[in-house]
Design a protein around this ligand. Sequence first.
Ligand SMILES: Cc1ncc(COP(=O)(O)O)c(C=O)c1O
Length: 379
Amino acid sequence: MFEPIFHCIEHHFGGDRVGLHEPVLGDVEKRYLNQVIDSGFVSTAGEMVGQFERDVAHRVGSKHAVAVVNGTAALQLSLLACGVLPGDEVVTQSLTFIATSNAIHQCGASPVFVDVTSENLGMSAAALLRWLQENVEVVDGLPINHSTGKVVRACMPMHTFGMSVEIDAIQEMCRDYGIALVEDSAEALGASFKGRSLGTFGQCGVFSFNGNKLITTGGGGMIVTDCDVIAAKTKHLSTTAKIDAYRHDVAAFNYRMPNLNAALGCAQLTRIDDLLERKRNLAKAYEIAIGQVDGVELLVGLPDGRSNNWLLNVLCDSVEIKESLSSQAQQRNIQTRSVWQLLHQSAPYRHCQTGELRVCESVADRVLSLPSMPTSVSQ
Ligand SMILES: Cc1ncc(COP(=O)(O)O)c(C=O)c1O
């Protein structure tokens, strides 16, 4: 039943075993890393960190970029810089990697989970609006959740697998309610909505450069923003809030990205257009193959969005179809992956407030990620 999909994967990737996603590393990366080793500046003081920040800012069209040790740290600093305080609430989606919620928790705030759409698996603007209308009142300029009495300080949608959320509508709602917008674009470097890079719609956006992402620094994250104050604050907080060689003005973090990782990032960025094109070609091949199979649909996102195709996914008509696709793939040495446990059902976040979660509860067990590496035997 799934033969066209397996044929597509085996034809595209070849080999005995097909993984989900692996980084593309080669001579450029070795050259940049050697340059840093020869310079002796392997830690945070080297020139590559600033270079990587400028390169990412230029790529996405933001005024500033601040490089840190990972995407989770970038989310935490973004929320802090947007004024999130202990006891506040931050609205996000239940269907996301747990780091989204952990960053909120690390600020001493609580997540509130709203639903996603089945087209993009990202925050639904309609679900957000419904939750805001039913729960939030602006009192003296502050958005207050009247069932908890807490301030809803920020909203953090996540662009799942590189597919854009309805970011323009979400942006407008946040503006109307006076809620800061932080985009968790960890998976979405190179993706856009109506021609504008994801990560640049909110007060700030965040990218991850973990080893499984489109481009990697080994581990790393980036905050992008047009706001001078947020850029200065996140950089200050990421570098132990140093005011001179001996003094610090707040208890902060040692989150700055080391030069070695930044060198890898600069090298990887030279490949990004090629990687994106390879992934577009893979998405086209999947679309044809999956079109020949009943009961499965390739998720392509919103018509106004342009995904980076970081992970390509099928939504199956039933859990049984998904399980069968996954186990047959395993028998053929093809790696697939189910989506994360919904956060409102996870141990640390079970107690949190939610909106109605009909869509994510219906789709979570029916989504399967397919091999999405930007490598192929034919390119
Ligand atoms: C949606 C999402 N948010 C946040 C993160 C955290 O990034 P990192 O692993 O770099 O801390 C990741 C991935 O790793 C992610 O997929």
